[in-house]
Design a protein around this ligand. Structure first.
Ligand SMILES: Nc1ncnc2c1ncn2[C@@H]1O[C@H](COP(=O)(O)OP(=O)(O)O)[C@@H](O)[C@H]1O
Ligand SMILES: [Mg+2]
Length: 222
């Protein structure tokens, strides 16, 4: 079975998909056979238009759609609410099987989370699942994607401490929309000091690869 890592973020639209695509692309270009998996996506009409389709194309994985994603909801709301509107709520066995298929095929699987770490995935009379339950089921370490700019210290520290309280191991932080300058450099120092986590990469708008040693990135997978 392959190794995996889970990508969460401080918010939705913070760049999890873009950074995940970059991570997979960076590994693939360095010769690592890296794949992608996402449990549930909402707000897309097709896999091709969704996060999974973007990563598949951007990172040059070339995988079939059913291997990339287990649940697709049209409404752009949290999966638990989308499932109430559209039916077919997330089933644990489907996620375990979807992950197992990806990990059987790829030695390095990057799993993107939905929303932030507190995202409700299913909430009905039969089951209640939060995103963190999925991470626990799969025993994956995580990376936190955050914006590089103003406000990020608070967002990263809250996410990191929540994950610590929930006993979810975090390997580091990836700062997106990096512009540089005194404040962003200070954000790196403050995040590292306040969370004890390393800032592993700074990603600029439109970057085509992650500026980090691919062997170090690969070593984060467990
Ligand atoms: N570093 C970046 N360079 C260019 N576009 C980016 C970058 N980060 C995010 N985006 C774009 O911003 C939007 C939101 O990012 P996305 O990765 O979809 O966020 P999330 O997965 O956290 O919801 C998308 O259109 C994405 O392509
Ligand atoms: Mg996304």
């Amino acid at each position: 079975m392959g190794k995996g890592i889970f990508i969460t973020g401080t918010d939705t639209d913070i760049g999890k998909t873009y950074v995940t695509a970059l991570l997979v692309k960076t590994l693939r270009e360095a010769g690592y056979d890296a794949g992608y998996y996402k449990a549930a996506i909402s707000g897309a009409d097709s896999v091709a238009e969704s996060d999974a389709g973007f990563v598949n194309r951007f990172a040059g994985i070339g995988e079939s759609e059913d291997m990339l994603l287990s649940y697709l909801y049209k409404h752009a709301v949290s999966p638990h609410l989308a499932a109430r509107m559209e039916g077919h709520p997330v089933e644990k066995e489907v996620i375990l099987a979807g992950w197992a298929r990806a990990a059987a095929r790829y030695p390095y699987v990057t799993m993107e989370g939905s929303g932030g770490i507190c995202c409700p995935i299913r909430h009905d009379e039969k089951a209640v699942y939060y995103l963190e339950d999925i991470v626990h089921w799969l025993h994956l370490p995580s990376l936190i994607v955050a914006d590089a700019g103003l406000g990020t210290i608070n967002h990263v520290v809250l996410t990191a401490f929540y994950m610590k309280a929930r006993e979810l191991p975090v390997k580091g932080v990836l700062l997106n929309n990096w512009k540089g300058g005194v404040m962003e450099e200070d954000n790196v120092k403050m995040i590292e000091e306040m969370t004890g986590l390393p800032v592993l990469a700074k990603i600029r708008r439109g970057d085509a690869v992650i500026d980090a040693d691919p062997a170090l990135l690969a070593s984060l997978y467990e």
